[in-house]
Write a protein that binds this ligand. Structure first.
Ligand SMILES: [Zn+2]
Length: 235
């Protein structure tokens, strides 16, 4: 409930940043801002599972017929994919290029989000992640990488940090269309937290009206006990 209060009034981006920060603080030692985007998603999913259970429900509209389609995901399975990927840095050798890189972090993403256009944002992200480039022709900066090499590097980073840009495969039961939608753990967490907090406040309101109990005492009760009281007949 305290977390819900902290998120109130914030825009989408700020709300998700606060949520990610809290989840990282709970699961990572040291500075959470240096953690890769995939590990940040894993921390959000872990906290989500701790609060609401290990199943994640993902909703999207069918692009062909507009039907609402849901997919149920297992959070432990998603986290296992991330944990099986290498740590946080690596080296790529391609056509004479040798590039040392690290995986992008939440801090890099924040900087890139402030860029005026998409191309500049991509450049910022690339410069932040490349540590060193060597090529037989001499010194080359991150912004002068040929497109093919830059794409190969982006693909490599995506493979090594799978939850950073995770996608869910969906298929429509009404028309058979299949497509993929992005998995945004922070947005799903924020929506679920909001629904939970509103339901809990509704329970507090009704129990306080009926029995005159204090909010803190009602919140301290196990959810099933609150529900049992709410189901009792009022004389
Ligand atoms: Zn459809």
């Amino acid at each position: 409930m305290e977390l819900w209060d902290a998120l109130a009034g914030l825009g989408t981006a700020a709300r998700e940043a606060v949520l990610a920060e809290r989840c990282l603080a709970a699961s990572v030692e040291g500075d959470g801002t240096a953690v890769s985007l995939g590990l940040r998603e894993a921390a959000l999913l872990r906290s989500f599972a701790g609060a609401f259970g290990a199943r994640l429900r993902c909703l999207d509209d069918c692009p062909a017929c507009g039907s609402r389609v849901a997919a149920e995901l297992s959070i432990p399975d998603l986290i296992a994919v991330q944990e099986a990927a290498p740590a946080c840095s690596g080296r790529m050798d391609l056509d004479g290029w040798r590039i040392s890189y690290r995986l992008p972090t939440g801090e890099d993403l924040k900087e890139a989000a402030e860029a005026s256009d998409e191309e500049t944002a991509e450049q910022i992200l690339r410069s932040a992640t490349i540590r060193q480039i060597s090529h037989p022709d001499g010194e080359i900066s991150a912004s002068d990488l040929p497109d093919g090499v830059a794409e190969a590097l982006a693909e490599r980073i995506e493979r090594e940090d799978p939850l950073a840009a995770a996608e869910v495969a969906l298929s429509c039961p009404d028309c058979g269309e299949t497509w993929r939608c992005g998995l945004d753990a922070a947005a799903l967490f924020a929506a679920r937290l909001d629904a939970w907090a509103k339901r809990t406040l509704w329970e507090v309101h009704h129990l306080a009206m009926r029995y005159g109990w204090r909010e803190a005492d009602i919140l301290a009760m196990a959810p099933q006990r609150r529900e049992a009281y709410l189901l009792m007949d009022v004389p």
